[in-house]
Design a protein around this ligand. Structure first.
Ligand code: NAD
Length: 497
């Protein structure tokens, strides 16, 4: 893949162009720091123009029959499937994750598009009995209007595709702002929709900083919904801005996800799976298993095998065969991990592996960091409470599963959780008692499936995406009453509102 093939532009009303003031920002490969592209830095004027276009085509698009809208999505899915390797390569170059993981993300995007396309013929609602004779009652769905989509860099293909297809199939138009670390794969998404025949102006694309492009979107009341994924702190700001306009929102935010390892867990199964949950994508997953809460009796055996496994992970350029873990996204991200390694040591946790950069020729070129394990971590330490978002896992000892569940819940986050056990009682207890939007038994905290709802509680967010709820998110329900008696009704009938 030549970087010259990547030509990022704003897409506003179908026109590809640079930002209104001509400014740009750089995107670099995190594994090599090589320049991949100069990307337009959108302005508030660009955002306004994008929203103007989204508004001007809204009535045409929302009146297009949903099965016709679905045809475009099916074509999007076909293109993704056909070009999946090229797309995965761009994803690895730009985000750093190992190529097989990038490919899995592209396939997840394909799955979502195909799942949602079927809603073109399935956007059901319901009919209801009426209190009165000769009257029909039903609930119909209407689109919301213009939807703002703001996304993070760690799943820059699959997350926009959780949001854009359901917004479009429901008849909304979209303004899409990707994260500034990963605009190239986002641009490919927009190009694919264009090639699939999406009318101009239905999906508009503005790259640029959150403080500029994102805020200009939030400040425009013509956006009827913001569908956001990112850090909890940004989510709070977005919720405040949305409150001003009483705007609909989905907020998918951070996590500090617990994995309980019970005494009866099969370590042959648990250890490799927890290594994957903790370190894949270099720990840069909202669902990463970052607090591993281990029952006393099995603790030492688990730690010995887990540390050995973490030390043996293949870290390198994600394009190289056999690599399991790529680099961190930026130099700032690596500095943040180093800060937390220092904090963990000062707090009194014991670091058994990792904790530093690589100094060999290849890996010193990028933002690589060694998979790191802290043991003897107390749950109130910052390393156990803050979302570090890197290859750092904390092992916390618990007397029993009840105490492990208490520790699991002692956090501001509530996205994903898991337990390794062969005891059904422990499994169901953890599923019902742990405060999280997603729960696993004998699987790590990662591995969403697109037909099931995804999202968190507490500071991990608000609302769910994917699954059957996707259409709920992007439509309003309207209660409809049809009186076919053609008779004069008495006064005060059914007066309740
Ligand atoms: P971020 O919050 O820094 O940025 C997310 C997006 O918001 C970017 O496009 C950014 O430019 C934009 N933004 C930033 N400030 C803004 C503002 N003031 N107004 C409007 N937009 C603004 O997050 P990130 O670093 O890109 O992503 C990592 C975070 O995302 C982690 O916390 C991770 O847990 C979370 N995440 C959550 C999920 C989930 O589904 N719950 C999935 C992936 C990532």
């Amino acid at each position: 893949m030549s970087q010259l093939l990547l030509k990022p532009e704003l897409v506003i009303g179908g026109e590809h162009r640079m930002s209104s003031d001509g400014s740009t920002f750089e995107v670099r490969n995190p594994a090599t720091k090589e320049l991949l592209a100069n990307v337009p830095k959108g302005t508030s004027d660009d955002v306004k123009a994008a929203i103007d276009f989204a508004q001007s085509v809204y009535s045409n698009w929302s009146e297009t029959p949903a099965p016709q809208r679905a045809e475009i999505l099916y074509r999007v899915g076909e293109i993704i499937r056909k070009e999946q390797n090229e797309l995965a390569e761009i994803l690895t170059l730009e985000e750093g994750k190992a190529f097989p993981e990038a490919l899995a993300e592209i396939v997840e995007g394909y799955d979502t598009v195909m799942y949602i396309a079927a809603d073109g013929r399935r956007m059901w609602s319901y009919v209801s009995p009426s209190e009165q004779k000769d009257k029909a009652c039903m609930v119909i769905r209407r689109p919301l209007g213009i939807v703002g989509v703001i996304t993070p860099w760690n799943f820059p293909f699959s997350i926009p595709l959780w949001k854009i297809p359901p917004a479009l199939i429901a008849g909304n138009t979209v303004v899409f702002k990707p994260a500034s670390n990963t605009p190239l794969i986002a641009m490919k998404i927009v190009e694919i929709f264009e090639r699939a025949g999406l009318p101009k102006g239905v999906l508009n694309f503005v790259t640029g900083p959150g403080s500029q492009v994102g805020e200009a979107m939030l400040n425009d009341k013509r956006l009827k919904m913001i569908s956001f994924t990112g850090e909890s702190i940004t989510g709070h700001k977005i919720a405040e801005a949305n409150a001003i306009f009483l705007r609909k929102q989905i907020l998918e935010l951070g996590g500090k996800n617990p994995i309980i390892v019970a005494n009866d867990a099969d370590l042959d199964v648990a250890v490799p799976a927890i290594l994957y949950a903790s370190y894949s994508n270099c720990g840069q997953k909202c669902t990463a298993g970052s607090r591993i809460i281990v029952e006393e009796k099995i603790h030492d055996k688990f730690v010995e095998r887990f540390v050995k496994g973490a030390d043996a992970l293949a870290v390198g350029n994600g394009m190289n065969p056999g690599v399991q873990i790529g680099p961190l996204i930026t130099e700032e991200a690596r500095a943040k991990i180093e800060k937390y390694v220092d904090i963990g040591k000062k707090e009194g946790a014991k670091m058994l592996c990792g904790g530093s950069r690589y100094d060999d020729n290849e890996r010193s070129k990028g933002h690589f960091f060694k998979p790191t394990v802290f043991v003897d971590a107390a749950n109130d330490m910052r390393i156990s409470q803050d979302e570090i978002f890197g290859p750092v896992a904390c092992v916390i000892k618990a007397r029993n599963v009840d105490e492990a569940i208490e520790i699991a819940n002692d956090t501001r986050y509530g996205l994903s959780s898991a337990i390794y056990t062969r005891d059904l009682k422990n499994a169901f207890k953890s599923l019902s008692k742990i405060e999280s939007g997603i729960g696993y038994v004998n699987q790590g905290t990662t591995g969403a499936e697109v037909h099931l709802p995804f999202g968190g509680v507490k500071d991990s967010g608000f609302g769910r995406e994917a699954g059957e709820i996707a259409i709920e998110n992007y439509t309003e329900k309207k209660a409809v009453f049809i009186d076919y008696s053609y008779e004069r009704r008495p006064w005060y009938f059914g007066e309740s509102g």
